[in-house]
Design a protein around this ligand. Structure first.
Ligand code: AP5
Ligand code: MG
Length: 196
């Protein structure tokens, strides 16, 4: 099913909640790109770019990359032609400064953020999912200590942003604990009323 083209949606939620999984599924049905800041950073790390060298240590420790670096990378990415008719952001914004920057970017493009989907799940479920992924993914931040730290950083720095989007009336909370398919259905149901 199609939501529509021209949608600008943000996926939020703690590490392991399914942001990347659900954004990729929705990208397929809407035709707009899913853009993961984590994936962008990992691409820089694997290519050993200056940005990657700067980000690697922070990512491995489960800390956020500085706003100035992240914002510049996102501004550049959202300026590419494939994002012209919409995008699904996975893992951005994560700080108040990033919310402000995203507002400025979409405003300069003549648009607005249509909806924010927050995937909710409890800590122990998230930990189990990510430890399972660690066996296959090779992600260097998928160790128990670092996962727990990422969860703390999320709670302290990113969870408070939900109030901003709630106040704007565009926040949709979805239970991230069902099967991938169930969660996708709930995301679609939440967005059906939110975007044309
Ligand atoms: P990022 O890559 O975004 O990592 P994260 O937020 O920790 O989230 P994950 O990718 O681990 O989880 P997810 O919610 O995407 O879930 P997924 O679909 O993969 O960021 C990594 C790092 O980059 C950050 O720590 C930071 O250093 C830096 N960074 C990124 N953005 C930044 C920003 N804006 N500012 C500053 N720094 C930034 O699913 C997880 C697992 O669960 C998978 O194995 C999946 O198959 C499985 N799964 C998914 N859904 C289900 C389901 N419903 N049931 C069962 N299993 C499921
Ligand atoms: Mg992800």
């Amino acid at each position: 099913m199609k939501v529509s083209t021209g949608v600008r949606i943000v996926f939020m939620g703690p590490p392991g909640a399914g942001k990347g999984t659900q954004a990729a599924l929705l990208a397929r049905s809407t035709g707009v790109p899913a853009i993961s800041t984590g994936d962008l950073f990992r691409s820089h790390v694997s290519r050993r770019t200056p940005l990657g060298l700067q980000a690697q240590e922070l990512m491995d420790a489960g800390e956020y990359v500085p706003d100035t670096v992240t914002n510049e990378m996102v501004r550049e990415r959202l300026g590419l032609p494939d994002a012209h008719d919409g995008f699904l952001l996975d893992g951005y914004p994560r700080t108040v400064a990033q919310v402000t920057e995203l507002d400025a970017i979409v405003d300069s493009l003549g648009h607005q953020v249509d909806a924010v989907v927050c995937l909710d799940a409890g800590v122990e479920h998230l930990l189990q999912r990510l430890l399972l992924r660690a066996e296959a993914s090779g992600r260097t931040d998928d160790t128990e200590d670092v996962i727990r730290h990422r969860l703390t950083v999320y709670t302290q720095q990113t969870e408070p942003l939900l109030a901003i989007y709630h106040q704007r009336g565009i926040l949709h909370r979805v239970d991230g604990l069902g099967s991938v398919c169930d969660v996708a259905g709930q995301v679609m149901a939440a967005l059906r009323g939110a975007v044309n």
